[in-house]
Design a protein around this ligand. Structure first.
Ligand code: NAD
Length: 260
């Protein structure tokens, strides 16, 4: 049980972040949600998932590309929840273009949101974790943290970067009760991937269902999407006592993508 712990999941108004927040809530963790868009529906869903266990759910709308807003979010978590015990760095964006056509502002945004935001949340979360001698930091990387694809230079750089960051912070905290690990999903059917499927359908003039099959067939041998709930259950395991000595790993859940 994660009763009495507080989890902050960045980018949890949608997709994988919401899936992870729901599974942590089912284990009794209090939740601080974050992300863009209407937060009331996700907040209600997460509250319902943990209602029997009496969890507290909050929300902070900090933009993960803005360090001072990240500081405000961490201050909110400290003031309202007594700090963050489980930090899930999940917020992320994608943009697909060859490097010579890649908008410079998109590069900066991807590095800021997918990589630098985790530096800021982590540096601000660790002092209290050290004091309690317990903490879990989960960085949602990607199969693209381990291998590359054409057209995704910024994303691949950010995800390889966060795998490296994970290892360094795991070593810095190795003798403490803090663990730091990365999760590397393959394709998960979220809005982020739906856009890539829709773009492919338009580009190739094919039905969306066929574009979806092609996308899976290209990279993911299982031909099945990983689900946000499956990633949530992996996160729950990595928060458990059984996982206390798992440090600095990049754990794939990718239907065989990186086994090839
Ligand atoms: P998504 O688009 O469904 O969700 C992204 C979340 O991040 C949303 O809540 C959004 O509001 C939030 N967000 C975006 N920019 C933000 C910002 N500047 N500040 C705060 N919040 C912001 O995407 P998803 O597929 O659930 O992706 C979540 C994470 O998983 C990302 O880091 C992504 O790279 C990673 N990932 C996704 C897949 C996949 O197949 N979907 C695979 C591997 C890794």
């Amino acid at each position: 049980s994660l009763k009495g712990k507080t989890a902050l999941v960045t980018g949890s108004t949608s997709g994988i972040g919401l899936g992870i927040a729901l599974e942590l809530a089912k284990q009794g963790a209090n939740l601080v949600l974050n992300g863009f868009g209407d937060a009331s529906a996700p907040q209600a869903e997460v509250s319902a998932a943990g209602a029997e266990l009496g969890i507290k759910v909050g929300y902070h709308g900090a933009d993960m590309s803005k360090p001072e807003q990240i500081e405000a979010m961490m201050a909110y978590a400290a003031a309202e929840f007594g700090g963050v015990d489980i930090l899930v760095n999940n917020a992320g964006i994608q943009h697909v273009a060859n490097v010579e056509d890649f908008p410079a502002a998109k590069w900066d945004a991807i590095i800021a949101i997918n990589l630098s935001s985790a530096f800021h949340t982590t540096r601000l979360a660790i002092p209290a974790m050290r004091q309690k001698n317990w903490g879990r930091i989960l960085n949602i990387a990607s199969a693209h943290g381990l291998v590359a694809s054409a057209g995704k230079s910024a994303y691949v750089a950010s995800k390889h970067g966060i795998v490296g960051f994970t290892k360094a912070v795991a070593l810095e905290t190795a003798t403490s009760g803090i663990t730091v690990n990365a999760i590397c999903p393959g394709w998960v059917l979220t809005p982020l991937v739906q856009k890539q499927i829709d773009d492919r359908a338009t580009r190739e003039g094919i039905p969306v269902a066929q574009a979806e099959k092609e996308l899976l067939g290209e990279k993911q041998p299982s031909l099945q999407f990983t689900t946000p709930a499956q990633l949530g259950e992996l996160a729950v395991f990595l928060c458990s006592a059984a996982a206390a000595n798992i440090k600095g790993q990049a754990w794939a859940m990718d239907g065989g993508w990186t086994a090839q």
